[in-house]
Design a protein around this ligand. Structure first.
Ligand SMILES: Nc1ncnc2c1ncn2[C@@H]1O[C@H](COP(=O)(O)OP(=O)(O)O)[C@@H](O)[C@H]1O
Ligand SMILES: [Mg+2]
Length: 197
């Protein structure tokens, strides 16, 4: 993989990784810190498992610190004019499939982790925070909590881009969840521009 690697366009850089687009592929390269290593391994393992789903980019290959992924020809929701509300129903159906297998994305509040194609198909990306639990009864309460975290991420997305389609039940779920997040010790809740709840 490294031989064919010829960087074309670096589109994002974070504390732990950088993203380079080269033709039809995306390269997610991690640094050499302990945190980078942990996140890289988690994303690689998660992505390998997730290849059974068609709303996840194909994992073409990997080295010890980088992933080669199918580049999704899609855009962020906030770059799309008049996005269709059907997008949310599609994402919800996909999320249900993940949750049925006890896989939790856990970073769905981040709108840049959804890529929407011209056909209104949404891909989920960025599985470095994701968790896959073994299906055993004792972990059920944790699974339930993680499911709530993902649901709140998707509802936040819905509340920002399709507020009029939120149901009363969803609004009260979001209000309760946001109140809980205010107590969050590690990462206090901050209302952002565009948040309606
Ligand atoms: N498979 C992909 N296809 C197209 N763009 C991608 C793909 N993977 C990542 N990107 C782009 O790179 C950005 C960062 O990727 P992401 O996996 O979310 O990394 P990070 O952990 O830095 O958030 C995304 O918001 C998106 O713009
Ligand atoms: Mg991301």
């Amino acid at each position: 993989m490294s031989q064919e690697f010829s960087p074309k366009l670096e589109i994002s850089k974070s504390r732990v990784n950088r993203i380079i687009i080269n033709g039809a592929f995306v390269y997610k390269q991690y640094g050499n810190t302990l945190l980078s290593n942990i996140l890289f391994n988690r994303e690689r393992k998660n992505l390998r498992y997730l290849q059974r789903f068609d709303f996840i980019p194909r994992l073409i290959g990997y080295t010890s610190t980088s992933l080669k992924l199918q580049k999704i020809e899609g855009d962020f929701i906030h770059h799309i004019n008049n996005p269709s509300p059907n997008i949310v129903a599609g994402i919800k159906a996909n999320l249900d499939q993940l949750h049925n297998e006890w896989i939790f994305h856990l970073d769905l509040r981040q709108r840049k982790n959804y890529l929407i194609t011209r056909e209104n198909k949404a891909y989920l990306i960025d599985f470095e925070s994701s968790v896959r639990l073994s299906k055993c009864g004792i972990l059920r309460p944790i699974a339930e909590l993680l499911r709530i975290i993902d649901t709140s991420g998707l509802l936040r997305f819905k509340s920002r881009y399709f507020p009029s389609s939120l149901t009363q039940k969803e609004i009260s779920f979001l209000k309760k969840y946001n109140n809980l997040r205010k107590l969050w010790f590690f990462r206090p809740f901050k209302k952002r521009k565009g948040d309606v709840i």
